[in-house]
Write a protein that binds this ligand. Structure first.
Ligand SMILES: *Cc1c(COP(=O)(O)O)cnc(C)c1O
Length: 434
């Protein structure tokens, strides 16, 4: 019997497949994971020397590209001072300066920042804020959340409870998951599709249940991992006004949309909507480290605090390295012509993916900001499609019926065209019966 070290030395690939779990994967792994040796700009270099253009920005986070000198330097500077220090009773400038930036950039009156390690946890924090808010007000019946189908908010239990019940596999966790209220998926993709009818069922749920609802939680304008669907600003505006009307808090999960992805710094700004609680993550550190933040208003924070402390406090809260690189990443973004760049990527994606429309097997093609989506009529076979993309020098990670790209904002025209060309090629190959 070999020791793990010996197995690793003998055949590290099979060791990795047999022992290291990947996201949403079997154990042992069924599809091989590609080993990455290094990454630079928008390119991943594999161990065998092949290079792939990253059309995923490592799950939408690496907006400035890999190995960026400014971000590297920010980390080095922080590292020389300290890599970490506990946040209970201690503090540091990297956290306070990042907080100041976030308070300045997010819409008023969001002004209090809670740092944590991942997007899912920032959603848990948001839910706890809403629950403690009503607890403090003595309205202890308000313990449920209202959302819409087709959402994704993370993989921890509270977050999972507001994910789409079907794609979020609620049946697996029945009995452990809080039962939330679900309106239909917003079906008004553009303003032209909007009518009051789009929100009728959601409104009816609020009307009927508002006395037991603590908060509404939504991804603004784009439902990401739940299906890459877009919906119009008017819908979001109506949700905001209904929440106000029924005295329910609004949580907006900007983890996927924050920091420019949809063309505005935060998606809610396109609808002129301000949430009571906002979650940020993913691109917050330019994809360098895991960090997330939950912001809220003075009213929510003060109300909670009148009754007692807010009950959350992760070990690595406000990690200095993560805060330092987040601050550098945001400054880098603000110092770049990002609105023009996103517009440019948007129009190039539109042109590049248009050919897919009407191909056999394709249900829809849609683009918003730096998000380009081809939706198939049926689920895509990962084992078939992924190698074909890699052959074409492109890294994408399709899921369900979706082939999509959310590239780094710094991607050049030629590289972006290679991404859309690779997408078009595999869609065509699929249409021709493989
Ligand atoms: C990715 C994502 C999350 C979860 O973030 P993690 O960092 O993976 O925990 C939550 N909400 C949205 C909208 C996301 O896109």
């Amino acid at each position: 019997m070999n020791t793990p070290q010996q197995q690793l030395a003998k055949d590290w690939r099979s060791f990795e497949r047999d022992h290291v779990w990947h996201p949403y994967a079997h154990m042992p792994g069924s599809l091989p994971a590609l080993p990455v040796a290094s990454a630079q700009g928008v390119r991943l270099t594999l161990e065998d020397g092949r290079q792939l253009i990253d059309g995923m920005a490592s799950w939408w986070a690496v907006i400035h590209g890999y190995n960026h000198p400014v971000l590297n330097q920010a980390l080095r500077d922080q590292l020389e001072r300290m890599a970490h220090v506990m946040f209970g009773g201690l503090t540091h400038h990297s956290a306070t300066e990042l907080a100041a930036l976030l308070v300045e950039l997010t819409p008023e009156p969001l002004e209090h920042v809670f740092f944590c390690d991942s997007g899912s946890v920032s959603v848990e924090v948001a839910i706890k804020m809403a629950l403690q808010f009503w607890q403090a007000r003595g309205e202890t019946d308000r313990r449920r959340l209202l959302t819409v189908r087709g959402g994704y908010h993370g993989d921890t239990f509270g977050a999972m409870s507001v994910c789409d019940p079907v794609t979020g596999m609620h049946h697996l966790f029945k009995g452990m998951l809080p039962e939330q209220l679900f309106g239909p998926r917003p079906d008004c993709i553009t303003e032209a599709d909007w009518s009051e009818h789009c929100i009728a069922e959601f409104k009816a749920l609020l009307e009927q249940h508002h006395q037991e609802i603590a908060a509404v939680i939504l991804e603004p304008l784009v439902q990401g991992a739940g299906g890459m669907r877009f919906y119009c600003a008017t819908y979001l505006r109506r949700v905001r006004s209904l929440c106000s009307e029924y005295g329910v808090l609004l949580i907006l999960d900007e983890i996927a949309t924050g920091f420019g992805r949809t063309g505005s710094l935060f998606a809610c700004q396109q609808a002129d909507v301000v949430p009571d609680i906002m979650c940020l993550g993913k691109a917050l550190t330019g994809g360098y480290m895991s960090l997330a933040a939950t912001l809220t208003t003075r009213e929510v924070a003060r109300t909670i605090s009148r009754a007692g402390p807010f009950m959350h406090g992760p070990t690595f809260m406000g990690n200095p390295l993560a805060c330092a690189v987040a601050r550098a990443s945001i400054r880098l973004l603000l110092g770049s012509p990002w609105p023009q760049r996103i517009k440019h990527i948007e129009s190039r994606l539109r042109n590049g993916l248009e050919l897919c429309r009407g191909m056999s097997g394709v249900q829809d093609v849609r683009v918003l900001g730096a998000i380009g989506v081809v939706e198939f009529a049926e689920s895509v076979d990962m084992a078939w499609i992924q190698p074909r993309l890699v052959e074409r020098g492109v890294w994408l990670r399709p899921f369900g019926r979706l082939l999509y790209t959310m590239p780094p904002f710094v991607i050049g025209d030629e590289d972006l065209d290679r991404v859309t060309q690779a997408m078009t090629d595999v869609v065509a190959e699929n249409a021709n019966g493989r």
